[in-house]
Design a binder for this molecule. Structure first.
Ligand code: NAP
Length: 320
């Protein structure tokens, strides 16, 4: 991806608008804010381009009848934002102080100020919290990204945990490399869309173990995953599934920790909008967009839509 070096005079300058996050919501907000001559600064965190950069094919983003690679889609959004003058800076926001006029973002030792802020920090993969998961996370068998790690499991047996679109997508992607893919799902039907579920159920390399959940990941002599102990969610029966890779695809946790003292969050940590809106917050000039605030739709296109709404709201508020 193209990167830019942005020099911001932190002491003397107050930004018009800072957008936190470079997923679909953040970049779309950036495109709109830049085209409105607001000279936006977009802060890019740990995962440049957001979750879509770890997706293989995006088939449902309007305008791409043949589908588009997730990384390419995000790179296109980035280029579009840069083309209209948005600036991108790598920075992690540690904490915020939101006043009606001045919004202060603390980035490590430095801080940066803006009149308006759009929060588009997305969400991070949820983990199982079972023994062995942390110990073998990363290079030792446990992962949350088939696109990133699938090729390491060529000709091996793997397990995917979950029953949503992500789990189905991961499982289908893994059939390109792996000898077999076993899905562990805690219920007796998928949460995934019908089309994805059907593709999974019809795939000769994929087996589904319904009403099961992983209890423990067991290492082999090399310290890497050897098998998963599972139990039946209804009958409690335990068994061991031998596999080299465990792909966890059980949803996400919103990246909202640093806003919890300033904004309203729901019980799962999603940022709450003002009643009657989906991007306004209780603080004028602070807006929310995308997966950090949306636990219902969670689509690339809805995140982009919220980013657009947030930027238009910010533009109007700044004009006032
Ligand atoms: P999701 O829809 O929330 O599904 C999470 C799955 O994990 C559910 O099946 C859930 O089981 C299971 N689960 C949750 N916690 C668990 C635990 N502790 N142990 C075992 N299983 C657990 O999440 P997602 O699949 O990441 O999808 C998120 C959103 O993105 C959805 O709106 C989806 O449609 C969208 N998406 C779209 C595409 C696409 O269109 N190409 C691809 C990926 C995602 P239950 O079913 O029992 O709750």
């Amino acid at each position: 991806m193209e990167t830019t070096s942005v020099k911001v005079d932190l002491q003397k300058f107050m930004e018009n608008i800072i957008i936190i996050g470079t997923g679909c919501a953040g970049f779309t907000a950036g495109i709109y804010a830049a085209r409105a001559n607001l000279n936006p600064l977009i802060l890019e965190g740990k995962q440049p381009g957001g979750q879509l950069t770890t997706t293989s094919e995006v088939e449902n983003f309007p305008g791409f009848p043949e589908g588009i690679d997730g990384f390419m889609l995000m790179d296109n959004l980035r280029k579009q934002a840069l083309k209209f003058g948005a600036r991108i800076k790598h920075a992690l926001v540690n904490s915020v102080i939101f006043g009606e006029g001045k919004k202060t973002l603390k980035l490590g030792d430095e801080s940066i100020e803006a009149k308006a802020v759009i929060i588009a920090t997305g969400a991070a993969p949820r983990l199982l919290g079972i023994p062995g998961e942390q110990e073998m996370y990363g290079g030792k068998g446990v992962t949350t990204c088939a696109t990133c790690d699938g090729a390491f499991y060529r000709n091996m047996d793997v397990v995917v945990v979950g029953g949503g679109d992500s789990a189905c997508e991961e499982a289908l992607f893994l059939t390109r490399f792996c000898s077999s893919v076993t899905i562990l799902h805690r219920r007796d039907q998928f949460r995934a869309s019908k089309i994805m579920a059907q593709r999974v159920l019809e795939h000769p390399k994929i087996k589904v173990l319904w009403e099961t959940k992983p209890e423990k990941i067991i290492p082999g002599e090399d310290g890497k995953a050897k098998s998963v102990m599972i139990s039946g969610t209804k009958d409690g029966k335990t068994s061991e599934v031998f596999c080299k890779g465990i792909f966890v695809a059980i949803g996400h946790i919103p990246n909202t920790e640093c806003f919890k003292d300033e904004l309203d969050l729901d019980e799962n940590g999603y940022l709450l909008p003002l009643k009657g809106s989906n991007v306004l917050t209780k603080i004028p000039g602070v807006y929310i967009a995308g997966d950090c605030a949306d636990h219902v739709y969670r689509q690339a296109i809805t995140a982009s839509g919220m980013g657009c709404q947030a930027a238009i709201e910010a533009e109007r508020w700044l004009a006032e």
